[in-house]
Design a protein around this ligand. Structure first.
Ligand code: C5P
Length: 408
C-alpha cells in the first residue's frame, strides 16, 4: 500500500550477483511509485544477470558500478552517494556480498559506500538454500545484525537452481513493506523531542573556562535518530564542532545557566527529554572581568558553586515531559551510580557508559547499559550513530509502554 513513509526518501538500491537480480527492476519501479528517489549501485556480478540500462531507465539516474571511474565519481562518487542516502537497501544480497560487508571490504563501489554511509543499511538475501544455511553465511549475518544491519527475508520455496528451501528473495512489495516497518517514522510523528548535548564551558575570566571532554557526538546522533523516527527535534548544544543533523532545530549555548534557560524555554510541549549533555556540576563563584594575571610562585584559588541540576529540575517541574532520559558517564561502579541517579533524579530511563582511557568521550564508538524502573538492556560497542538508533528504539518502546499504562 502506498503511504508517505518513503515519500521523498533517498534510497540507494544495491544490486549484487544473483539470479534474483531481475526482481530489482520491479523493486526500483515500486520504490519510485512510493515517491522515493532511487539511485542504483550494481556489483560486477549483478551486471551478469541484468543490464545497467534497465535499472537506469527505471530509476531515472545513471547506474553506478565502478569505484575508480573518474566519470562516475564526478557525477556522484561513493562518498557523495553515501551522504545522499537515507537508506541503503541491498536486494538481492548474494552470499558473497554479505561476506564482503561482514569483512568491511572497500574494494568495490557497494562495499566502499556501505563503509562510508551513516544511513541505515538493509539487506534482502537471495541464494541457494545450502549457501544460506551454511554457517559461514549465518555467521556473517549475525555479525551484520550486531552492527544494526537489518535483514529482510529470505523466503522459502522453489529456487531457480531447482532445489526447494530457504533463500529466495522476497517479492518487491514484501521488501518494501518491511522497509517501511524499519523506517519507523510515525512512531514519533507529531512528537516533540528535546535533547541536550555536548559540554558546558563555565568562564573563569574572559579567556579561561572550566570545561569537560564531551564531544557532543552521542547527543547529535540521538537528535538524528529521533528525527529519522519522525519527531520534531530541538537540540540544545553546548560548545561543539559538529554539523546540525538535517531537519533538527539547534540552539547553541555555552554555560550551564544558558543551557538551563534554553531547556526551560523549550520544555513545555516536549514529550521526551533526553539529557545527554555533560553539564558542569560546578562553576566559578565569580567571573573576573579581566584576565587573571599570574604572580610568580603564588597559587590561585578558585571558589566554585554548584550549578542547578537541569534534568532533576525538569523531572520535578510543572511542565514535566512524559518521558525523561538521563545519562551517567562513570569511571567506576557504573551500575550502582546509574540506578541511584535513575531514582534520585526521577528519570524514566538512564543510559550509562564507562568513560576514561579512550572510552566514551570524544571517540566515535560507544557502548551503553540502559536501565528503567523494571528493566535493563545492554547495547554493545558500536558507532554512535547506530547506537543512537538502538537507544531510540528502546526509548520509543518504553515511552509507548508508559503512555499505554497511564491511559488505561
Ligand atoms: O549527576 P551527574 O552529573 O552524573 O548526572 C548526569 C545526568 O544529569 C545527565 O543526564 C546530565 O545531562 C544531567 N545533568 C543536568 N544538569 C546538571 C548536571 C547533570 O541536567 N547540572
Amino acid at each position: 500500500m502506498t503511504d508517505s513513509t518513503l515519500l521523498g526518501k533517498h534510497i540507494v538500491v544495491g544490486v549484487s550477483g544473483s539470479i534474483a537480480a531481475y526482481k530489482s527492476a520491479d523493486l526500483v519501479r515500486r520504490l519510485r511509485d512510493e515517491g522515493a528517489d532511487v539511485r542504483v549501485v550494481m556489483t560486477q556480478g549483478a551486471a551478469e544477470f541484468i543490464t545497467p540500462l534497465t535499472l537506469q531507465s527505471l530509476s531515472g539516474h545513471p547506474v553506478a558500478m565502478e569505484l575508480l571511474d573518474a566519470d562516475q565519481e564526478s557525477a556522484m562518487g561513493h562518498i557523495a552517494l553515501a551522504r545522499w542516502a537515507d537508506w541503503v537497501l541491498i536486494a538481492p544480497a548474494s552470499a558473497d556480498t554479505l561476506a564482503r560487508l561482514a569483512q568491511g571490504r572497500g574494494d568495490d563501489l557497494l562495499g566502499a559506500l556501505c563503509l562510508a554511509t551513516e544511513a541505515p543499511i538493509a539487506v534482502a538475501p537471495a541464494m541457494n538454500n545450502k549457501m544460506w544455511s551454511n554457517s559461514a553465511t549465518q555467521d556473517n549475518l549475525n555479525l551484520l545484525r550486531q552492527r544494526s544491519v537489518a535483514v529482510i527475508g529470505p523466503a522459502s520455496g522453489d529456487q531457480a537452481c531447482g532445489e526447494v528451501g530457504e533463500g529466495r528473495l522476497l517479492e518487491p512489495l514484501e521488501i518494501i513493506a518491511e522497509l517501511k516497518q524499519l523506517a519507523v517514522p510515525g512512531r514519533l510523528q507529531g512528537r516533540h523531542v528535546l535533547i541536550t548535548a555536548g559540554p558546558t564551558y563555565e568562564p573563569i575570566d574572559p579567556v579561561r573556562f572550566i570545561g569537560n571532554r564531551s564531544s557532543g557526538k552521542m547527543g547529535f546522533a540521538l537528535a538524528q535518530a529521533a528525527q529519522e523516527a519522525g519527531a520534531n527535534v530541538t537540540l540544545i548544544a553546548g560548545p561543539v564542532h559538529l554539523p546540525t543533523p538535517s531537519g533538527v532545530q539547534r540552539v547553541d549555548v555555552e554555560t550551564a545557566a544558558q543551557m538551563r534557560e534554553a531547556v526551560q524555554r523549550s520544555v513545555a510541549g516536549s514529550d521526551i527529554f533526553i539529557s545527554c549533555a555533560a553539564v558542569a556540576d560546578f562553576r566559578p563563584l565569580q567571573t573576573e572581568a579581566n584576565k587573571i594575571k599570574k604572580t610568580a610562585g603564588n597559587a590561585l584559588e578558585l571558589q566554585l558553586e554548584p550549578t542547578v541540576d537541569i534534568v532533576s529540575e525538569v523531572a520535578s517541574g510543572d511542565n514535566r515531559p512524559a518521558f525523561i532520559v538521563g545519562f551517567a558517564a562513570e569511571t567506576q561502579e557504573l551500575i550502582r551510580y546509574a540506578r541511584d541517579k535513575l531514582e534520585r533524579k526521577k528519570l524514566d530511563m538512564i543510559a550509562a557508559n564507562q568513560v576514561g582511557q579512550g572510552q566514551g568521550f570524544g571517540v566515535d564508538e560507544n557502548a551503553l547499559q540502559v536501565f528503567w524502573s523494571d528493566g535493563e538492556a545492554s547495547l554493545p560497542l558500536k558507532q554512535k550513530v547506530q547506537l543512537a538508533r538502538d537507544l531510540m528504539t528502546l526509548i520509543i518502546r518504553q515511552f509507548d509502554a508508559k503512555n499505554t499504562t497511564e491511559n488505561s
